[in-house]
Structure formats: C-alpha cells, structure tokens
Design a protein around this ligand. Structure first.
Ligand SMILES: [Zn+2]
Length: 418
C-alpha cells in the first residue's frame, strides 16, 4: 500500500513536471504555430489537389529533423517518423489537409488567396498543430520512449468523383505499415465548443456516411397516354415515401440513423412522361450493423416499389463512404486523466456522438484510435461561424491548447505503454 502510494506520488510529480515542460515549449512555439496556420489558411487546396500543402509539410518536417519522410502516399499524403531516444512502442498522430469549395467571407489580411476555396473546416489548424507537435517532440527526442508516426492526410472531405483518396487510400499505400502504430490519435477543431474546452465521446463518436445514387427507370411516352409507358416520376415519388419508412417504421427508435434524399431530378417537359429519375442522398448511422441493415433495406424497398410498377432501378453507393468513427473505450479512458490535467476537469466534456462523418474511422478499423474535438469558438471575438460555411473561423488562441494536448497525449501513451 505504502509502495503504491509512493509510486503514485512519484508518477504524479513526474506527470506534472512533464505537463509543465510541454506547456513551456508549446508557449514558445505559439507565434510560429499561428503563422504556419495562417500560411495554410491563405493557400487552401481542394481534396486530392493538396500539392503545395504537401510540399510545405514535407519541407517543414525535414527542417524539424524527422526521419523516413514519405511523400505521395495516397496521392498527396505525407508520413514521417520521430524516433525517440529510448525504446518503446509506436503511436501515430493524424492531421487532414484539404480545404473546401466555399467562398470565404473573411476580411482578415490572411484570408484565402485561392478564390472560391476556403479552409472552412479548419484543417489548416490541424496541419499547423501536427507540425508544431512534431517540432516540440523533436526538441525532447532523447527523453521519448518510443516512436511517433505523423500522418498528414489529403482528401478527408472526399475525393472528387471517380478518384480514390483519403484515409482509405493512404492505408492501402502503407501509411499504417513499417512501423505499424499500436494506436492513433487525432483532433478536429470544433466551432460549437468554446476555446479552452474539449468534447469527446467514448465508443461511437461520429456517424458513418454513405452517399448513394438511386436511378428509377420506366418507359418514356406521351403524357396523354400514361398507360402505354411507365412513369418514372410517380414510381420515384412512391420510393421516396417508402424509403422514409426505414427510419420511421423499421429501425429501432433507440438507434440513431438518418436517411436523407438531397436531390431528385427527372423529366424535361410537361407533355412527356419521363423514363428516368435520379435521386441522391446520404445515410448516417452510429453502428456498422445498422449501416449494413439500412443499405440492404434500401435495396429491398426499391426492388419492391419498382417491381410493383413494372419499373426497374439501380442503387449505387459512391463518393465518400465512411465507417462509424469509434473511439476505443480503453484508449479513451486512459487518455482522459492526462487531458484533464492539461485543461482542468470541467473543460473535458463528454458529449453525444455527432452525425458528421470522418475518415479517421478507417484507421480505427485497424488499430485503436481516439479522435476528439478541440473548442475554437469565441463569442467575445465574434468567432461563431459554423463549419463548411463562408463565415467559418477559429480562435487562434486555441491552437496552442491543441498543441499542449496533442504533445502530452502522445508522450502519455508512450510512457504508459513503454
Ligand atoms: Zn473537417
């Protein structure tokens, strides 16, 4: 008992001194971190087009002195290794790099110079925090028991149609191999949470997302003789209503799930019955079982609905299809005390899963991962714009908080699992 107490005290003292050391080093990097974020903010690039971003990331990683810097992993992905001076496990940190086709309404001097492209999801902050974390850890390399792998990932928002990209492609091209990390961490800036706070969920944290296109096919005919054709519009209307009963009648009310049809197109004249209607939509769930069930119920619903009307259909799942982001409960639980020490108990907040999706989920299908939300909202400064909008902005004061949390999280993991 006495020994346990002694060890506990020693560990607590050590932990405190580590957090103090990290805080000091992070504060010294504050200006550079903000400057780097602004540079990426001014030069946003779309998914799978992150040419400059990847070049700058690789240059900075070389300057920091990381090893085994690989570029062109999954198109414009970059990976790098920071080998600590002591033996220990391998842990990964992932940052996504792409921007969105959104006009920026910013009037700041560092607003986007790439007209119509805007870091409207804050991935510029993710890159800058990851680079600063690499720099901070490189400065104390000798004391690190193990290896940190940094993964800078393109196309998180989804590759353009017909292209592969994002986490799935990086993994396919070896991002999690040689060395294979035992765990992975990452953060997303969060415009709904105030600066100085973190939101997290243990278990399912973000929804799966499946984009689909359903095409209903009938038979074109003069609108005055509908009995001679097959009206794809009336069939599609029935299908839309039937598809909504998956949510309302067929999935357990306790199970979260969204099925939205966001676009529907068919026909071109008042006096022609059209032969084709295309519908596009998205499914969100928090469980892989529900996800599979919904996909299969959709097929059966469309099959029944079209067969009853002598029409036919195709259902394609295309574009960005992401699994559920599931935070490993054990990894999450063991990470929280360290985060609480950095930010204070009351600022590390358990929250409900969100219906947004993240391709961080692909890494978590292979190794345990913990993905959390860094508050960047600051009402006093008028920083309240939502993600994916022209007004999106973030409180740069939160960047150094992200750096402190990230560096401590990686060190904590390595020390715990050495
Ligand atoms: Zn994002």
């Amino acid at each position: 008992m006495r020994l346990t107490l002694l060890l506990l005290t020693a560990f607590t003292c050590f932990a405190q001194s580590r957090e103090e050391r990290v805080a000091k080093a992070a504060d010294a990097l504050r200006d550079k971190l903000i400057e780097q974020r602004r540079d990426f903010h001014m030069n946003p690039e779309l998914s799978n087009r992150e040419v400059r971003t990847a070049r700058v990331v690789a240059e900075r990683l070389r300057a920091i002195g990381l090893e085994d810097i690989k570029t062109g992993v999954g198109k414009h992905g970059v990976t790098a290794i920071l080998k600590g001076g002591k033996p220990g496990p391998v842990v990964a940190w992932r940052a996504d790099m792409d921007a969105l086709p959104v006009f920026s309404s910013s009037d700041k001097p560092f607003k986007s110079r790439n007209n119509g492209v805007h870091h409207a999801c804050g991935h510029d902050a993710h890159i800058a925090i990851a680079l600063a974390t690499a720099e901070l850890l490189a400065g104390i390399r000798d004391q690190i028991p193990g290896t940190v792998k940094f993964i800078f990932q393109p196309a998180e928002e989804g590759a353009p149609r017909g292209e592969e990209g994002g986490a799935a492609l990086m993994i396919k091209e070896g991002a999690l191999d040689s060395p294979r990390p035992a765990a992975i961490f990452g953060l997303h800036v969060w415009s709904l949470a105030p600066t100085g706070t973190v939101n997290f969920s243990s278990g399912p944290a973000m929804a799966s997302a499946d984009t689909f296109t359903a095409t209903i096919r009938g038979k074109q005919v003069h609108a005055s003789t509908p009995h001679l054709g097959i009206d794809a519009i009336t069939v599609a209307a029935q299908c839309v209503t039937q598809l909504q009963t998956i949510r309302s009648r067929r999935i357990d009310p306790n199970e979260s799930m969204v099925l939205s049809i966001g676009s529907i197109h068919g026909g071109n004249r008042s006096n022609i019955i059209t032969s084709e209607v295309k519908m596009e939509g998205t499914i969100r769930t928090f469980s892989e079982t529900t996800r599979e069930n919904v996909r299969s119920m959709m097929k059966r619903t469309l099959a029944g609905c079209t067969a009853a009307n002598d029409a036919s259909f195709t259902l394609e799942f295309d574009g960005a299809n992401y699994p559920v982001t599931v935070n490993d409960p054990k990894l999450t639980a063991e990470s929280l005390p360290q985060m609480r020490r950095v930010l204070g108990d009351e600022n590390i907040r358990a929250s409900l899963p969100v219906t947004g999706a993240e391709d961080f989920s692909y890494y978590q299908k292979i190794i345990p991962g913990f993905f959390w939300f860094l508050g960047v909202r600051n009402e006093k400064l008028g920083i309240t714009g939502a993600h994916h909008t022209p007004e999106f902005d973030l409180d740069e004061g939160a960047l150094v908080t992200g750096l402190k949390l990230a560096a401590n999280q990686l060190l904590d993991y390595l020390e715990r699992h050495r």
